[in-house]
Design a protein around this ligand. Structure first.
Ligand SMILES: Cc1cc2nc3c(=O)[nH]c(=O)nc-3n(C[C@H](O)[C@H](O)[C@H](O)COP(=O)(O)O)c2cc1C
Ligand code: SF4
Length: 449
């Protein structure tokens, strides 16, 4: 068994902020100052104009559900929850003519290490999520929605509830919205902080009041979702992007980003930077620019970056400094944009210790349903632990890759892949540090703190 980790060494230092005025062409953060979250402030920023537009309450003709979906497809908005699936395409999977109840679910479980954007949206711009969900429900013929909010960010849950009350009172939610024939009821629900409940089918189980464990797929939620009914699930940031798209048009959103990667994205820049925080920037912005916005590297030279939350493979500085921040460029470089958490590591960081921390997280969060993940994540952690403590063997490096191979693609949900990918990435790019630990029983980085 591995030793217990002293987790305090990994606690974030410093104050993260999102009101630094360093966003580029912001859409979600536009006009926010930390206290103007309420309905009247949102309306003053043009809030609910998109909902008025689709319902024809602005003097216009309104938009058909098909036209809304077509605009979202044109925008090249991709899901901000991690997989980057095209949002308009997902919406078109909903069987709109299904005669029974259909559901819309917002995934605000935000548990990916390094990621802190959704809680900011809920706290500072909750009506953008409500309006985005109301538009999505209209497009898919859905009358009931839920927002599942991470249990450890209770303040965000309370804020969202307060915003729901305002929206209901103003007639933006409920029966016959703004006098139209369209009705949509939206409710908030808070979980209890399990990482696995962010996986969409585990979230649905949890929302139904059961143990939050992922379901076998297929069937996918579009046909068998909440209470067995057709369900569409999107991330908080995905919904918050929708009002801007409808107000300004899908083409305008696409033009802000780059082909296949429309709009802006909020990146949570954390780790060894001088000014950690959330930064909303156009898709396709160079990483070097994002690093500059976050105040540059703190405490040493740039060594590596995990560009998309802890599940994404690490990339060395030499690769990162040449890439742009969008789904396609990061995938081409061998990693993932994921949830958009950019974990910056300086050259005092030991990659063996960093992998130990990640492996600990995944073995702790495995729900235990399938053997490769339940057993394999523990094996990975214990092997990295013994290497870190100077008790590793050279053959452990191949064994680590072999265990990762036997997890990846062989599990019910992608947590298994998320545990395996960082291992492969670390050994691929920083093998010499693992070898040094095995041969010299100590870190290659002398000044590790
Ligand atoms: C282990 C695991 C954890 C996840 N956690 C989250 C999460 O916290 N928030 C989220 O939006 N998506 C999370 N996802 C992705 C969701 O399953 C789903 O793809 C996403 O909510 C879909 O929304 P999108 O299309 O808008 O990205 C997770 C996936 C896995 C496998
Ligand atoms: S991969 Fe892991 S977290 Fe996902 S269902 Fe299997 S055991 Fe549970």
């Amino acid at each position: 068994m591995g030793q217990r980790l002293d987790l305090s060494r990994f606690q974030a230092q410093g104050q993260e902020s999102c009101f630094h005025g360093k966003h580029i062409q912001p859409q979600i953060y536009a006009g926010l100052n930390g206290s103007n979250w309420s309905l009247k402030d949102y309306e003053a920023r043009g809030g609910y104009a998109a909902l008025r537009k689709i319902l024809g309450q602005d003097g216009g003709e309104g938009m058909t559900p098909d036209a809304v979906i077509a605009d979202v497809k044109l925008s090249a908005l991709r899901g901000r929850g991690g997989a980057g699936f095209p949002t308009g395409l997902k919406w078109s999977f909903m069987p709109r003519q299904f005669p029974g109840q259909k559901y819309l679910v917002c995934n605000s479980d935000e548990g990916e290490p390094g990621t802190c954007k959704d809680r900011d949206i809920l706290l500072h711009n909750p009506h953008a999520v409500i309006e985005g969900m109301a538009i999505a429900a209209y497009a898919m013929g859905i009358s009931v929605g839920y927002n599942y909010i991470h249990g450890e960010i209770f303040e965000a849950y309370e804020r969202f509830e307060a915003a729901l009350e305002e929206a209901r009172a103003a007639g933006y939610l409920g029966r016959n919205i703004m006098g139209s024939s369209y009705s949509f009821q939206l409710h908030a629900h808070h979980g209890f902080g399990a990482y696995i409940c962010g996986e969409e089918t585990a979230l649905l189980e949890s929302l139904e009041g059961k143990k939050g464990q992922p379901r076998f797929k297929p069937p996918f939620p579009a046909s068998y979702g909440l209470y067995g009914k057709p369900t569409t699930i999107n991330n908080t940031e995905t919904f918050a992007a929708v009002p801007w798209i409808i107000r300004h048009g899908g083409q305008a959103y696409l033009d802000v980003g780059k082909p296949n990667n429309g709009g802006t994205k909020i990146f949570s820049v954390v780790g060894d930077v001088n000014a950690p925080g959330n930064f909303e920037i156009p898709m396709g912005t160079p990483f070097s620019k994002l690093l500059e916005l976050a105040g540059g590297v703190k405490g040493g030279a740039l060594k590596a970056v995990i560009p998309g939350g802890s599940s994404a493979p690490v990339l060395p500085a030499s690769i990162m400094m040449d890439i742009t921040m969008d789904y396609d460029a990061i995938a081409k470089a061998g990693s993932m944009l994921g949830s958009g958490a950019v974990i910056v590591m300086n050259d005092t960081r030991c990659m063996v210790k960093s992998l130990l921390r990640l492996s600990y997280f995944y073995q702790h969060e495995s729900c235990g349903q399938c053997t490769p993940c339940r057993e394999g994540t523990g094996w990975l952690w214990r092997m990295v632990d013994r290497i870190e403590r100077g008790q590793g063997r050279m053959e452990d490096l191949d064994l680590l890759n072999s265990v990762a191979d036997n997890i990846q693609g062989r599990t019910i949900c992608a947590l298994g892949d998320a545990a395996a990918m960082p291992v492969r990435g670390m050994i691929k790019h920083f093998r010499d540090e693992f070898v040094h630990h095995i041969e010299h029983k100590t870190c290659v980085v002398p000044a590790y703190v």
